[in-house]
Structures are given as C-alpha cells and as structure tokens.
Unconditional design. Sequence first.
Length: 152
Amino acid sequence: MNILIVLATFFIMEALTWVIHKYVMHGFLWVLHRDHHDHGTPGNLEKNDYFFVIFACPAIALMYLGANQDFSYLFFIGLGITFYGMAYFFVHDIFIHQRIRLLRKTENPYLQAIRTAHRQHHKYTGKKPGECFGFLWVPLKYFKMYFNKGKQ
C-alpha cells in the first residue's frame, strides 16, 4: 500500500506542477522565476532555484510528521514528493538545461520531446503568454515529431 501512495503522489505531482508553474511561478512569484526565462543572472544559481527549497519544505514536513506517527501515510506522501523533486532535478536541470553535461546527444523520442516542449516554453521571456507548463507529460504534438522523422 505504501508503494501505491508514493507512486500516486509522484503522478499527482505532475498535475500540481502544471498548476503551480502556470499560476504561481508565472503569477505572483514571477519575481523568483523570471531569471530562469531571461537568463539575466550571471553564474550557475538563479532566484528560480529557491523553488527547490520552497517545494522541499512540505515534503520534509510530511516525512517528519509521518515518521513520528509510526511511518503513517504522511511519510509516504512526502517521499513521493521527494522522488518527484529528484526526477525534476535530473530531467530539468541536468538533462534539459545541462547544468551537468549528460545525455547531450540522445536520440530517445520521449527525451527529445521533453526538450522540445521545454524550448517552446522558454521562447516566451515574459510572464505571459506561455505554454508547456508541465514537466513529464509532453503534449503529443512534440512527442509525435520524433516518431514521424523520416516519414515525410
């Protein structure tokens, strides 16, 4: 049952990420997210990186509370959030933005679609308009592009 809680939380986080990205990061907390779009901050760290701390707080709190209740479901919800955060870091910061140079020349259609959708999101340097606010769920039009290569 605990594994199901972790997996469900991980997948629910994708929907929450879309909402938070569109309405919070591109909304009232744009002041923290802006430098991720305009790349005006020199160096490796951005104000946008504060979101790692902001989003880690509920996960840590849930894991702490759950651990103090004989590892109740709260712990496993926090664990699911943590795993999602780890996936986000590896895919977004390492794979897409190449903060660590890995998988630069992948031919995997899914990974290419993620990269393309993220580039589409970053073509907008302002708060609005925008598109592709999700993370792991790729709109089909970007995914299909790589399966239709060479069929034209």
